[in-house]
Ligand binder design. Structure first.
Ligand SMILES: Nc1ccn([C@@H]2O[C@H](COP(=O)(O)OP(=O)(O)OP(=O)(O)O)[C@@H](O)[C@H]2O)c(=O)n1
Ligand SMILES: [Mg+2]
Length: 404
């Protein structure tokens, strides 16, 4: 089969392939960009596979970076944005279930495609638009099917992360996973525990960002794969409910974790623990905690000014998206944002007075000064106090006198 008009990303990369071919080697576009082009989807990175060995590739271009030279990958910078070019290779070993003990460079495209995960990812594209399809990837694309190249058991033994990749592709593409490949996941789920949690995290988030998350979650749950993800083994019921509730994918990583934490009814400390176990960044953890509180307020139908203020514009829309996915459609996000915008202040910095002013009015520095500022902040947000210097000062002094 032949693609008539190649997307411009490929056209831009063509000088690289032309240069390699002019030197007597083979070079093809491979991987996700070929798959996505055939599906009519936008493509992100263009990967090139070649029969030239890394040193041969480097000798053909002026500007290269050794991004993964021991695996055969060289980044070529000669034609604008960098292009990763990887020498055809086979792999062997995989004693740790995540990377080969050694890779062997080979001159055969077929051998290279043969070591790849799924048939839809094992297609190669020539610059003239010809598709090379040794493993019936085109049939599988047409049938909307994710099928391991060759023996699924072997593929997952080589790299256990591929099981997560299978379920996330199902979710991104609305594809079914071929029965033998599903069986392979059933047999090898436990190997996921050998994989760095950060990598599992990336795939799980992609699963829930995909347009058809129910499709991926179905196999994730059916095969038991979820049990080998951090802390998920005790939450089968909730995850299964989620599978049936989700109408479409989430819009951000924060929304993904806010959804999970809300659905699992986690307390603040439990959110910390779960997200730390999933090796999340601190910002993600604190945003999730904040957004989950807002989800609960939205579900309870009582989003007061203080909640709006503490949540902030961005996390309010995350929280309302999550509440919507969980079945609460009480608020239109725009309403919440407007209510937020109408607050008298949006941060402590907008208060008409600060610590300096209170000290000038005779309040000693220390914890009480902070408490007084917190108090007037809340009063202003709640609308009990005007954001006006003299009122604020009087209220702060009054507050401290009453406490004393
Ligand atoms: N565990 C993996 C990861 C990758 N690949 C191969 O390397 C290609 C590129 O990998 P990657 O960029 O991670 O995935 P894509 O399939 O390109 O998907 P995405 O669109 O998410 O980048 C894949 O298509 C596949 O052929 C593989 O065989 N096994
Ligand atoms: Mg890719």
């Amino acid at each position: 089969m032949k693609i008539e008009t190649l997307p411009e990303e490929f056209v831009k990369a063509q000088p690289i392939i032309d240069t390699i071919e002019a030197a007597g080697f083979e070079a093809y576009y491979v991987g996700g960009s070929v798959r996505d082009t055939l599906l009519g989807l936008p493509i992100h990175d263009v990967d090139i596979a070649t029969s030239a060995y890394p040193q041969e590739v480097k000798s053909l271009f002026k500007r290269t970076v050794d991004t993964g030279i021991e695996h055969g990958t060289v980044m070529i910078l000669d034609h604008g944005t960098g292009y990763e070019t990887t020498t055809f290779r086979t792999e062997s070993g995989y004693q740790d279930y995540r990377r080969p003990d050694s890779v062997q460079f080979v001159r055969s495209l077929k051998e290279d495609l043969n070591r790849r995960d799924f048939t839809i990812n094992a297609l190669a594209l020539k610059t003239d638009g010809t598709i090379i399809d040794y493993f019936d990837g085109l049939d599988d694309l047409k049938a909307e099917r994710i099928r391991a190249v060759g023996d699924p058991e072997k593929r997952f033994n080589e790299d256990a992360l591929r099981m997560m990749r299978a379920v996330r592709f199902a979710s991104q593409l609305n594809f079914v996973i071929d029965p033998a490949t599903v069986t392979g996941i059933e047999h090898h789920g436990q190997l996921l525990t050998k994989i760095a949690v950060e990598r599992i995290h990336v795939e799980f988030v992609k699963l829930l960002l995909g347009k058809w998350p129910a499709k991926g979650l179905d196999v994730f749950l059916q095969t038991g794969l979820y049990q080998y993800c951090p802390d998920f083994d005790q939450y089968r019921d909730q995850l299964s409910q989620l599978q049936h509730q989700l109408k479409t994918g989430m819009s951000s990583e924060t929304a993904v974790w806010t959804l999970i934490a809300s659905k699992l009814s986690l307390t603040g400390n439990q959110i910390d623990r779960l997200l730390k176990d999933w090796k999340s960044a601190n910002q993600l953890i604190s945003d999730t905690r904040t957004a989950v509180k807002a989800v609960r307020a939205i579900q309870a139908g009582s989003v007061d000014d203080w909640t709006l203020y503490q949540t902030g514009r961005q996390l309010l829309s995350v929280a309302n998206e999550v509440a919507g996915q969980l079945g609460t459609t009480r608020y239109v996000t725009k309403e919440l944002i407007t209510a937020y915008e109408n607050l008298s202040i949006h941060s402590k910095k907008e208060l008409e007075i600060g610590g300096q002013d209170l000290m000038a009015a005779g309040i000693k520095p220390g914890p009480q000064l902070g408490q007084a500022l917190d108090y007037i902040e809340r009063q202003v947000v709640d609308g009990h106090l005007a954001n006006q210097s003299s009122d604020l000062k009087a209220a702060a002094i009054n507050y401290l006198n009453e406490k004393a």
